[in-house]
Design a protein around this ligand. Sequence first.
Ligand code: CA
Length: 557
Amino acid sequence: MKLIKNAFYVIAIFLAVASCKENKEESQQEIQQKETKKRPNIVFIISDDHAYQAISAYGGRLAEVAPTPNIDRIADDGMLFNHALVTNSICGPSRATIMTGKYSHENGFVDNTIGSKFDFTQQTFGELLQEAGYKTGVLGKLHLGQTPTKGFDYIDILPGQGSYYNPSFVNKEGQYQLEGYATDIITEKAISWIDSVKSDDQPFMLFLGHKSPHRPWQPGPEELGMYEGVEIPEPETLFDDYSGNRKVASLNYMSIADAMKMGQDIKITDKPQAGFNKTQQKMWDSIYGPINEEFKKANLKGDELTRYKYQRYMRDYLASVAGVDKSVGHVLDYLKEAGLDENTIVIYTSDQGFYLGEHGWFDKRWMYKESLRTPLLVKWPGVIKAGTENNDLVSNLDFAETFLDLAETNIPDDMQGRSLVPVLEGNTPEDWRDAHYYHYYEHPSEHDVRRHYGITTDKYKLIHFYYDMDVWELYDLEKDPGEMNNVYGDSEYAEVQKELHKKLEELRVKYKDNDSLNQNFIEEYKEKVKKNPLIEYWKLSPEERQRLFKEYSKNKK
Ligand SMILES: [Ca+2]
């Protein structure tokens, strides 16, 4: 019996050793696989104020007159997101959310008011990617009130809003100026940086920010005048009367008719363009000179003037977009030529959406469709099935987490979004978000869009406007995709309304947002205005504005 028992132990030990050896061989194989499967490079292209309506991959009224064949290539080879939404539809706050994976009230950058600065001492994806072994770069428009103090090996950004022509840049050594067109310069810089790091052992991540097509929509030398003589289709709601119980929308100062400026925006002016050299101004005048002459003769008024402004706005906006599209083409071509395209994920997005005449507007800010939605197209060869469309509710809150997931590193618990990697792989988790939370803060402001927060699902949108009002809105997105009829309080929607309120409160708890924080941000805003009345610049006379601006610039230095 003892012998049998001993023999059993010998066999058991032999089997254990054999299986251990097998495991060891397997894990070595796994390590080898990991070493050969390189983590992807990431090229994150973020333009400014690029409406999804102005990307032909999304279809719509502009697709035929103003196609974007290069941006469309990303969707042809990858995934087109139909419900990419932002957390706070304005430039700086959107980028702050991307940097942190957190809502504005958590990262502290709630609005673009003069003097707003992003706190770079907080956690951003930049240093987490560096720790995970990535080489990181930030280029072009960043608009966070200052230069990053950590997280990026390469920094070459536009100071503040930046200029289209002959832009200044800030790098680690300081500020300098270049002659040329911002979109073209940024493209060259992007390719040149990628080229300088492509042979390194480390994968890279580039945050490639374009100024274009932000106001004042100055097209580049090669695109200037490209849409002259082209009639741009109008949106159905260019002359929206804000009926349908939409009082708040009527209180805006964002319409093409009233708020769009003839000089700066429409370029009906005798003044030269600021910062242009003689050659650039001459080229500009060759296009806008005759336009100015014709305008003076036409004596347009009322709706005819609005229609004219819409045409001019769109021609300049779409020509600016064409420059960005060309840039995307250059970057994609370069990646292919350099043999990097197979292992580089290319993401194209904007900091938010934009109104191209819908509701009579330009600009953004509102939680309504055109500014809540942002374009998102992602190309990832070998992973994303070419030509895929996605309808999940994804957000700019998810980018930081996605970058970290791609780098196969830990996603910190305090980030509030979710990695898009499973979504890109075509395996959206079953518990993916079914509602998206939004919060906009910048009021009082030039465009008079009230502070508001709310949630949207696929089917409904609930919005609460506060500060100097207490107004709720509810939209049935299936019946009323244009959001023209606020049904809040309608008995037919009583049950839906109740459910949405419940869901909204759940999300506010989940994301740690609340009324007392709202009040804190209002108090902070008032304090800032007390210290610097220039923040409310639209209230000042041109002389007063100039005087305060000089004072502010002096103090800043
Ligand atoms: Ca923007």
